[in-house]
Design a protein around this ligand. Sequence first.
Ligand SMILES: *Cc1c(COP(=O)(O)O)cnc(C)c1O
Length: 375
Amino acid sequence: MIHFNIPPYTGKEKDYIQQAIENHKICGDGEFTKKCSHWLEEKTGTKKALLTTSCTHATEMAAILLNIGEGDEVIMPAYTFVSTADAFVMRGAKVVFVDIRPDTMNLDENLIEAAITEKTKAIVPVHYAGVACEMDKIMEIAKKYHLAVVEDAAQGMMASYKGKALGTIGDFGCISFHETKNYSMGEGGALFIQDKNYIENAEIIREKGTNRSKFFRGQIDKYTWVNYGSSYLPSDMNAAYLYAQLECADKINIERINLWNLYYKNLKPLQDSKKIELPVVPNGCIHNAHMFYIKTKDIKERTKLIQYLKENQILAVFHYIPLHTAPAGIKFGRFSGEDLYTTRESERLLRLPMYYGLRQNQIEYICSKIMRFYC
Ligand SMILES: *Cc1c(COP(=O)(O)O)cnc(C)c1O
């Protein structure tokens, strides 16, 4: 059986977790958490990287920091994971969905302006499959209307837009280190902050509303409860797992890119004969091979192909059911403009196995089966 995903493992994770145990410091903000934060700051150029318990929590922190509340509106695509919306809905905001571009599955930057009202507070672009949204245009709109930009860069680690790491372009970037992502700590994530005025409050919100981070740096002699907050810091054991992966990030990235390119090369004839469509990576975007997907003619063909691959021991899966069609989406959101592509394209998209450690001959096998299906 070829699995759809196997969590990344490089070999050093066990040693590092053991070290964390031996340090007698397994709660948050220990040695490995610090190492991960520094690594992320160095590698991406973000002003501040705070490890969190998930990307969902990083997004919640961004919503709290932006003072999102009852009556506010937040613009995002409906083709995304529930967390993108949940974090803002939990603050009482309404989500306003805009249609996606059929080429990248990212929100269509040309539809954002029409969705803006007096209540709009933020734009939340989601970099699907680690392929960047059109950030120049999005930042220009945000500036014109004084809106915040929170990048859902859950899938975007090691990917960039015009030389800038995903998650470092907007005011906040939310990263995921869930086991399904390119680099993992089981459950976990990071909040990237670009405006240093937010850093102190972010540290407070992450530490149950206390100024404990300042205390640990020796900047104050006792810590106290200064604001509302929650517990958004991960255990140092999880950070130890992540650090082993970050150390190998380039190796993992190159290997994934090679697998992605092999899929592309082998399936190109099917695109040329108009049987399927392959992913599009616009100029200026460097992706991270988070995902390899194909698009079938329609949902019926996709269902048949999933079944056919399963019979051949290959697990391929579809992805998001657009949020505006879900019960909570209907309750908490509205769709601005027409749904030309969100539903249609989501029904055609099929993700193929992709993980660190997947072998080239497995990809050859998967592609040969897809070729056969279309013959
Ligand atoms: C994985 C993912 C999330 C959620 O990440 P968690 O770390 O599991 O909270 C959010 N948005 C997108 C686009 C994702 O792919």
